[in-house]
Design a protein around this ligand. Structure first.
Ligand SMILES: Cc1cc2nc3c(=O)[nH]c(=O)nc-3n(C[C@H](O)[C@H](O)[C@H](O)COP(=O)(O)OP(=O)(O)OC[C@H]3O[C@@H](n4cnc5c(N)ncnc54)[C@H](O)[C@@H]3O)c2cc1C
Ligand SMILES: NC(=O)c1ccc[n+]([C@@H]2O[C@H](COP(=O)([O-])OP(=O)(O)OC[C@H]3O[C@@H](n4cnc5c(N)ncnc54)[C@H](O)[C@@H]3O)[C@@H](O)[C@H]2O)c1
Length: 435
């Protein structure tokens, strides 16, 4: 196993019940998600969201200044992340999984080199994840990435991000709510490509009143350091001065130092090419997680699902991979979530789908928390009358989308939902009204 993130570890633990396993990790045990991805991000987000939500109630009983103490926030984050690598390594030891710290590369399809040592294996799983893309421009050495953001000891007064995908939007929200002036430099006019444009625009509007400036059709062409400031040249014309500039323009697969060609493994620009069993061009080598060239989203639960699937395959299962519903969420204060058939597809196929767009800000669930802009779209398959997809922009959207995802998976008809008794008032008690 090369890589000890969610993908590699899921495979390692499952395989170790029946086979001898070696896990190789060049950086922190646990990989991106718990060390410098989902978990520390959502930990910061939780505090930031508490502040944002409390500020909505200043006319309703919340008193006093609501400020974020960045140092205390970071100490809170570290109280979780500091123990992750050691805890993960202990987990490997307890499961008696052999593990080596170092960067791996292929010698041939059965041999991996780590430093001066070669390891031979019957099967190999590549789970090396992805790492941030950098633009090739003068001054690129002054750029930082999401790992640096999540380890930042002080929050500077003014920062900027290149790109407006998941990473940029989530981290910009944290920084802006914590008091920084934030710039988002985007080479076109579209944020969050994997979400419907009409919903992404709601985030643009919400950010505009939160100290965030979008620079559309803008490309960073040069970065110059002047004492503690960075002068950022945009489109070779405009100049922006910030204290930190973060690249957030996608995460290419981490394959460059693996020497894949020595094992006969093929890759594209999007990652390692695999078949429907996640097998690479070399029959005994598999790839899972963010490193794979695939159509499904590159997310932690997907990496874990694939890791467990490949373990089963190595242990004898022959079924091709079949993905369940994959809901996804951007944590942007509030959250934007989506699952199933996309709104774009549904709009392009009006004979097949009924679209139910509802502003739910006046519903009791959202009214009581002053989430006046909350909106839910459900997409109903006209033939079966079953839920096929949904988009939610609301506080706790990630919870509602999980319920809606289960409704799709279990093919629950509206009548069946009326036969269940949820806690009231709760997000689940609204479910039957979305049909
Ligand atoms: C800021 C941020 C926030 C995110 N938030 C979310 C979220 O909220 N929800 C969500 O589902 N996903 C989120 N993600 C994505 C999620 O972190 C990834 O999808 C997930 O970590 C992928 O798991 P993986 O095992 O494929 O790769 P990784 O977790 O990246 O693990 C790969 C491991 O391989 C190691 N490695 C690489 N090359 C070698 C080598 N040659 N030799 C040995 N080891 C090597 C790396 O050091 C790394 O530890 C976020 C990502 C980022 C960056
Ligand atoms: N909440 C979550 O689930 C979550 C959070 C963070 C990251 N992630 C995962 O990490 C991945 C990477 O996130 P990301 O935000 O880095 O990537 P992304 O693909 O979401 O967004 C990349 C952004 O960079 C822009 N861009 C692309 N090429 C560019 C160029 N040459 N110059 C300038 N801008 C350019 C794109 O237009 C886009 O706005 C996500 O796709 C997702 O799989 C998930």
């Amino acid at each position: 196993m090369i890589g000890a993130g969610p993908g590699g570890l899921a495979a390692a633990f499952k395989l170790s019940e029946e086979q001898k396993v070696l896990v190789i990790e060049k950086n922190l045990w646990g990989g991106t998600c718990p060390n410098y991805g989902c978990d520390p991000k959502k930990l910061l987000y939780g505090v930031i969201e508490s502040k944002r939500q409390a500020a909505l109630f200043t006319r309703d009983g919340v008193n006093g200044d609501l400020n974020i103490d960045w140092k205390a926030l970071m100490a809170f984050k570290k109280s979780y992340t500091d123990s992750i690598p050691e805890g993960t390594e202990q987990g490997l030891e307890q499961a008696q999984i052999a593990h080596v710290h170092g960067a791996a590369n292929f010698i041939d399809s059965h041999t991996i080199q780590v430093g001066a040592v070669n390891y031979r294996a019957e099967n190999i799983i590549i789970a090396t994840g992805a790492s941030p893309a950098y633009p090739d421009i003068p001054g690129k050495k002054y750029l930082q990435n999401s790992n640096d953001f999540l380890a930042m000891e002080n929050l500077p007064p003014e920062i900027a991000f290149i790109g407006s995908g998941y990473v940029s939007i989530e981290l910009a929200n944290i920084a802006a709510q914590a008091g920084a002036k934030v710039h988002i430099i985007q080479h076109n006019k579209r944020i969050l490509r994997s979400f419907p444009e009409e919903y992404a625009k709601k985030i643009v509007s919400a950010f505009a009143s939160e100290n965030v400036t979008f620079h559309w059709d803008s490309t960073v062409t040069k970065i110059v350091k002047k004492e503690q400031q960075l002068e950022v040249k945009i489109n070779d014309k405009e100049k922006l001065t910030v204290q930190k500039l973060f690249t957030a323009m996608g995460r290419p697969a981490a394959i460059e130092k693996l020497a894949l060609e020595k094992a006969g493994i093929h890759n594209s620009k999007s990652g390692i090419e695999v078949d429907d069993h996640l097998r690479t061009a070399a029959a005994n080598i598999y790839a899972v997680g963010d490193v794979v060239d695939k159509k499904v989203p590159k997310l932690t639960p997907v990496a874990g699902f694939e890791g467990a699937y490949v373990a089963d395959t190595i242990l004898g299962s022959t079924a091709p991979i079949s993905y369940p519903m994959i809901p996804h969420t951007v944590f942007a204060g509030p959250e934007l979530s989506q699952v199933g058939v996309s709104l774009r597809w549904a709009k392009a196929h009006p004979d097949d789908y009924k679209i139910n767009e509802q502003d739910v800000g006046s519903w009791y669930t959202y009214l009581r928390i002053r989430d006046t802009n909350a909106r839910v779209t459900t997409i109903i398959d006209k033939r079966s009358q079953l839920l096929a997809g949904a988009v939610v922009y609301a506080t706790a959207a990630e919870e509602l989308i999980n319920y809606l995802s289960a409704v799709i998976t279990e093919k629950l008809p509206a009548a069946e939902l009326s036969q269940r008794i949820p806690v009231y008032p709760s997000v689940a008690s609204d479910l039957k009204y979305f049909f």
